[in-house]
Design a protein around this ligand. Structure first.
Ligand code: DOR
Ligand code: ZN
Length: 348
């Protein structure tokens, strides 16, 4: 039995670190295990210009623990009014790594997202020319469409036509949640890659809803069937380079998670790399772990893998239940909090 694994330091290709007190509470969990992370821009108001992104990046740097070499990779929140010239300037200056598309009202803080898919075509053409990847929350939010089918309809209605219209544009379909998405990625790679979260690899919708509603498994896209989960595990552990790590770690204050309209998002950064390791071990695929966590993502983005390494060993520990957030009674609950975690990161 493998007792110790050393990987090139992983990167998180999809991460929410929020702002202010929540940023200070959440960021250290990512900074200690990951070299870089793609930072989601869905703040209120969103990070939608080069100026916003520079200021946000500064706040992230200020929230980093002393001596951390963690690198935030910034994204631009795409709106109907995104200015291609500002985007180009931000990309050329090394501020933006990618653009993030939220369909309006698809998820947390997406009200300013895209409503007019014709209006964004000039931006997409510019991105194609410059080599800026388009990251998508790939769900069609038409009220006619069942919530479990949103991802499949997005692929059909948006993504397939776009890969034809913009053959030089690189895409990432974020947090894929279905077998349909896995099959689609295989047909569209390497133009389209995909991130997969630890919880979509671990849970099915019966875990979420079958034994009482577990609000801490509520996320967008929603967790789907066991057949979908198995297809995701098969994809992640296959060694195919178009599938890579993106935690979608997304902390919310407890009151927002537990209100009558509970917020979508799972705060998993404190146990993410350990959970992926568990999934790969259960699939008999620990030899494929490093590709998924540390090599495939940089390759899709045209970046070098990290030079540093990270070591995990089989040594049980108990995950903290929550993290305190500055402010009156504020806290965020942690995915698998209070549970025994099988793998532990070795920090010297
Ligand atoms: O569950 C989610 N939470 N999905 C998203 O796409 C956004 C995220 C958040 O920001 O909380
Ligand atoms: Zn997300």
């Amino acid at each position: 039995m493998t007792e110790r694994i050393t990987l090139r330091k992983p990167d998180d290709w999809h991460l929410h670190v929020r702002d202010g007190a929540m940023l200070r509470a959440a960021l250290p969990f990512t900074a200690r295990n990951f070299g870089r992370a793609i930072i989601m821009p869905n703040l209120l108001p969103p990070v939608a210009s080069t100026r916003d992104a520079i200021a946000y990046r500064d706040r992230i740097h200020a929230a980093l623990p002393e001596g951390s070499r963690f690198q935030p990779l910034m994204t631009c929140y795409l709106t109907d009014a995104t200015d291609p010239d500002d985007l180009e300037a931000g990309f050329r200056d090394g501020v933006f790594t990618a653009v993030k598309l939220y369909p309006a009202n698809a998820t947390t803080n997406s009200a300013a997202g895209v409503t007019d898919y014709r209006a964004i075509r000039p931006v997409m053409a510019r991105m194609e020319k410059l080599g800026i990847p388009l990251l998508m929350h790939g769900e069609e939010v038409d009220p006619e469409i069942d919530v479990f089918d949103r991802e499949a309809v997005w692929i059909e209605r948006r993504l397939i036509p776009w890969t034809r219209d913009f053959p030089g544009l690189k895409f990432v379909l974020e947090h894929i949640s279905s077998k349909i998405a896995v099959d689609y990625i295989r047909s569209a790679a390497p133009q389209v890659g995909a991130t997969i979260t630890p919880y979509h690899l671990t849970h099915n919708r019966t875990d979420w809803l079958g034994w009482g509603n577990r609000p801490y498994l509520y996320c967008m896209p929603v967790i789907k069937t066991e057949a979908d989960r198995r297809a995701l595990v098969e994809a992640a552990t296959s060694g195919d380079p178009w599938f890579f790590l993106g935690t979608d770690s997304a902390p919310h204050p407890v009151a927002k998670k537990l209100s009558t309209t509970g917020a979508a998002g799972v705060f998993n950064a404190p146990v993410a790399i350990e959970q992926y390791t568990k999934v790969f071990e259960a699939a008999g695929a620990l030899d494929k772990l490093e590709g998924f966590t540390s090599l495939n993502g940089p390759r899709h983005y045209g970046l070098a893998p990290n030079a540093e390494t990270l070591t995990l060993e089989r040594r049980a520990w108990t995950a903290p239940e929550e993290v305190a957030v500055e402010g009156p009674d504020e806290r965020a609950l942690i995915y698998r909090g209070g549970e025994q975690i099988e793998w532990r990161v070795v920090h010297d």
